[in-house]
Design a protein around this ligand. Sequence first.
Ligand code: TRP
Length: 448
Amino acid sequence: MNNNDRVNFGSRLGVVAAAAGSAVGLGNIWRFPYELGQNGGAAFLLIYLGFVLLLGMPIMLSEFLIGRMGQANSAGSFKQIAPNSKWSLIGVMGVIASFLILGFYAVVSGWTLEYVVQAIGDQFRNRDTATLAQVFTNFSSNSYRPLLWMFLFAVGTYFIVLAGIKDGIEKSSKFLMPMLLILIIALGARSITLPNGYEGLQFLFRPDFSRINSEVVLGAMGQAFFSMSLGMGCMITYGSYINKKNQLSHTVIEVSIIDTIIAILASIAIFPAVFSLGINPAQGPELVFITLPSVFANIPGGYIWSIVFFVLLAVAALTSAISLLEVIVAYFVEEFKIKRQKAALIATIIIIVLGTLASLSLGPLKDVQVFGHGLFSLFDTISSRILMPLGGLAIAIFTGWIIDTDKIKAELSNNGKFNIKYVPVFLFLTRYLAPILISIIFIHQLLS
Ligand code: TRP
């Protein structure tokens, strides 16, 4: 593809909005709180923040850099930068990861749609936590209702990706994300003031270091990759749409801050309520879907709030799903010369099949276990605890050791126009720290 033909994100705000739209999603509001709850609270948060700083930010910058230099999809960019090498396999692995992630992501996104409808039907009012938990279990283990929502969500994502980069992704992210932020802050304010809410804050902010083990560390690393959309070519693909005038380092900082703040704010909205209502913080994937409806039941105007919240959560899921689907579509279109429509259609069909398996694994297919995991949790585990860190490892090594340092400097400074004093730190992180850290965690996990 000729570089000049490539679509670009329109404005600077558009770049940040689209990348933040990818990063901010169910990972922040659904996955982060339940992982934190299962992994001991504040200690997990602390380790997570370390990973964002030491792995997440340099790898996000590496991905943007690779994409903008290569001007192609997640595999094609490697081919452009290092022709005749095997590095493009990282991109292929990323496409596989995209499918697996979307397989369960579409299911949970479907849940958010169900909860929009429940909110509209005023289903949370006057229900205690035990009842709300029962409602969730009945719904998610039902054989057809979650499938219907998953299907709807996947088809919606398909249509938006078809509309193309600029129109579909950029416009929708720009005003909806700030709305979500405001709503979460308001929810947090309510949650903290519930009786015993401070216990939740303690759980969240007062670390108990005895809770740290290799499982917690691996979980925090996987969560950082998942939440920041890293390690599988998503930000490479988006990087290829960023124009040369954008200062990539600034975009990385902005996106990382937004993503981290939303995850923390979501936890502030959730954990005080968890402790106040006597919910088990290690409940698992259903945590948010039980806790927040209970909070809504306790807020004046909770009816409206709950509708707006679940609508915005569905939108946040959508902007993330779009970025995941875009990885696959860009790859099919550019590497196999398939038309965009056809590529998106094939991908969506595969996603619906995987989504069906993931969804049914919580109900009728509960007994199908692979490596001790049901399919839903298998897709999640393979992608976030294996493929993404592996991809991140390879991306860091590629950036630190393969790309020519002068070319990195030229790309990041837009040929000398921007200040790039941070580059030595960046190179240290990609060359040494990130590869060593990820390897140690992997090896430790294999041995334990
Ligand atoms: N980061 C998104 C979230 O937090 C999910 C997501 C989008 C993602 N693109 C990704 C996760 C790429 C891993 C890789 O919900």
